[in-house]
Design a protein around this ligand. Structure first.
Ligand code: UD1
Ligand code: MG
Length: 432
């Protein structure tokens, strides 16, 4: 049986990223950068994942990555030294090496790599890519498609600098051969590091065959700076959006929208411009999300009409055929079917039944300065504009609230509640 352990190298110090914590835990489309890589590692090797980290990021990484083994590399002596820290934790015949800061790598490329490795019966296989901007990457020296050596940027001569076939860092190798030979990797005199890619020259000179596959350059972008982060994020956004376009979601201005790693959108949904969809959001079929809306932790049922400029916050459910209009904020609430909350309202900690109309400017006053309280609005309730519902409060089915009322008591079934002082109209003379 094919047995493999994935080692994720993550002992870098994130200096160029300039965040206050490790860049590897920085969120990328709602998921820490390293978790994108980790999700792929799990699919390849299940619980056999070893993460090489440092003294500073181990606790942060432990809090987000479960079911894997951590080893610490005390000093950053290079990628060869990093992989050696994992040696004793690998119980399988083969090892896959991934980098924690390269989150665009796809499962299909790794599968392609494994297939090539197994079918050609070599001791190691590598993922390479071609780019117009090879600066900074290790370059592959090949002869008749045979990989002879990888040379890092600082050691390239002027001819080799023109090579655009680069090392991604992702490789698979037989464990025994790998560690028998990493020992032989010498320290680079300029960088004072031991480079894992030097293994390929050692393999070649010992007649251990190795080979490579080529992948799309986009998959190999590493995140070193915030500039890289932005590039990676746009590529990921495009991937997510293209996936939904294929199943019939219409983005009117796709480049202006933001989706999360777990966003679910069904067929025939229209998403207008500048829509932000944060984590845990589901949009069911035939709904429309109009411009400038911000959705987070919400399930939107079929045929809903949301926005423009609606804000829906976590733990909310909007059921079928409902409308949430402009400048409406909803939080931690269940909204029934055929409900209309069309303008300028705040609905928080509320349970709203079916066929309810919530007039413009209605506010659920859920917070007493100390605790949050619930508002219950049952089926077929009509609430006139500019009403304040002081929670905890229950509006029973078929009740009505007159515009401008402040509701401080429960309203019985079918009745009308109105709270207004008498209107005075003073004559023209008396006002002079
Ligand atoms: C590395 C490769 C280069 C390749 C490029 C692809 C080496 C020597 N060079 O260069 O051929 O083209 O990736 O992006 O491998 N790390 C540790 N401990 C260390 C050093 C690094 O865990 O002591 C980890 C880093 O956290 C990172 C990965 O290894 O996840 C790669 O290290 P990095 O310093 O970014 O290598 P590059 O210079 O990008
Ligand atoms: Mg790098």
């Amino acid at each position: 049986m094919f047995s493999i352990t994935t080692v994720i190298l993550a002992a870098g110090k994130s200096k160029r990223f300039k965040a206050t914590s490790s860049k590897l835990v920085y969120p990328l489309c709602g998921l820490p950068i390293i978790s994108h890589v980790y999700a792929i590692a799990k699919k390849i090797s299940g619980k056999k994942v070893v993460v090489v980290c440092n003294n500073e990021n181990i606790n942060e990484l432990k809090s987000i990555l479960k079911d894997c083994v951590f080893v610490i590399q005390n000093q950053q002596r290079g990628t060869a030294d990093a992989i050696e820290q994992a040696q004793n934790k690998i119980n399988s015949k083969n090892v896959l090496v991934l980098f924690g800061d390269t989150p665009l790598i796809t499962l299909s490329s790794i599968k392609k790599l494994i297939k090539k490795f197994l079918s050609s019966k070599v001791k190691a296989s590598l993922i390479a890519f071609r780019t117009q901007k090879p600066f900074g990457y290790g370059r592959l020296l090949t002869k008749n498609n045979v990989l002879e050596e990888i040379v890092e940027e600082i050691n390239l001569n002027i001819y080799q600098k023109k090579i655009n076939l680069c090392n991604s860092g992702v490789l698979i190798a037989e464990k025994k051969i790998l560690f028998d030979n990493t020992k032989k990797i010498k320290i680079n005199r300029i960088k004072k590091e031991r480079y894992l890619p030097d293994i390929f020259k050692i393999f070649h000179s010992n007649n251990f065959n190795s080979n490579y596959i080529e992948c799309n350059e986009d998959e190999m972008l590493g995140i070193n700076t915030l500039e890289d982060y932005n590039k990676v994020q746009s590529i990921l956004q495009k991937r997510y959006i293209d996936k939904f376009i294929k199943i019939g979601v219409n983005f009117l201005k796709p480049k202006t929208c933001y989706l999360s790693y777990d966003t679910k959108i069904e067929q025939n949904v229209i998403i207008e411009s500048n829509v932000t969809i944060k984590e845990k959001t589901i949009i069911k079929k035939d709904s429309i999300i109009k411009s400038n809306s911000y959705l987070e932790g919400v399930t939107i049922g079929e045929k809903c009409n949301i926005g423009p400029s609606a804000r829906i916050r976590p733990n909310s459910i909007i059921d079928k055929n409902s409308k949430v209009g402009n400048f409406v904020e909803i939080k931690n609430s269940k909204i029934g079917k055929k409900v209309s909350i069309a303008h300028l309202s705040y609905v928080g900690d509320a349970d709203v039944g079916n066929n309810v109309n919530i007039g413009a400017g209605t506010i659920t006053c859920n917070y007493d300065g100390n605790k949050k309280h619930k508002t219950v609005i049952k089926h077929n309730v009509f609430i006139g504009s500019n009403s304040s519902l002081i929670a905890p409060v229950i509006l029973e089915a078929n009740s009505k609230v007159g515009a401008g009322s402040v509701i401080t008591k429960n309203i019985p079934k079918g009745s009308l509640a109105i709270e207004r002082s008498d209107l005075k109209i003073l004559s023209n003379k008396r006002t002079k």
